[in-house]
Ligand binder design. Sequence first.
Ligand code: AP5
Length: 214
Amino acid sequence: MRLILLGAPGAGKGTLAKELSGALGVVHISTGDIFREEVAAGSELGKKAKGFMDRGELVPDDVVIGMVRQRLARPDCAAGFILDGFPRTVPQAEALDATLQEMNAPIDSVLDIVVPEETVVRRLSGRRICRTCGAIYHVDNKPPKQPGVCDVDGGELYQRDDDKEEAIRRRLKVYAEATAPLTAYYQQKGLLKSIEGVGSPAEVLATALKALGK
Ligand code: AP5
């Protein structure tokens, strides 16, 4: 299965993608996670991306598109993949179409996770992430057993720099302007399925699997 997850910042794309990846047996590709790894490693790509990310702006299309093309060429994508956070602009979606056409591997479905804006802001301001394994928590909705410590591997939990109020507001604006038009793009191609992202992560997973006919 080749799947794209759309949805506002904080809609729950990363949380759902991790669950779906296990359920469907395909790799989870998050452009945000790749950029955060590059920033942590201090690479050239990370240095290019950091300022845009901290301000809540999009990294330029050419940088992201090149990175995703390389990632999709790796053997673990042959069985399928879940794209989380890409595409985010119409030019990115067109570049993805061209790449997948070359690979003879069209997208099967696009899930748009719909969540009210006030829920999204609450989710983002309470989010915590494990520095070592990337597990996602929330101080109220999904707290770790011990505050600040990952249940999975004991790693340190941190708050993303772009989960501060000013950057959250900027990200929501950028989403409305640059990314929301992608729902019409994929609707026209007959690929779009909208699902409610409110409810527990297990309920959202069940809704997603049903929408995918699984
Ligand atoms: P990215 O990392 O992709 O951030 P985002 O799209 O803003 O999405 P988030 O990761 O914030 O939210 P999410 O929907 O994954 O929610 P999550 O599951 O974590 O991108 C970051 C930055 O990188 C961008 O701003 C940009 O600069 C750059 N970038 C990345 N891709 C790019 C691209 N293609 N082009 C250009 N630039 C790019 O959940 C959020 C919280 O809610 C968590 O605490 C979670 O525990 C909780 N939660 C989730 N689901 C539920 C539920 N059902 N019930 C209760 N709580 C829930």
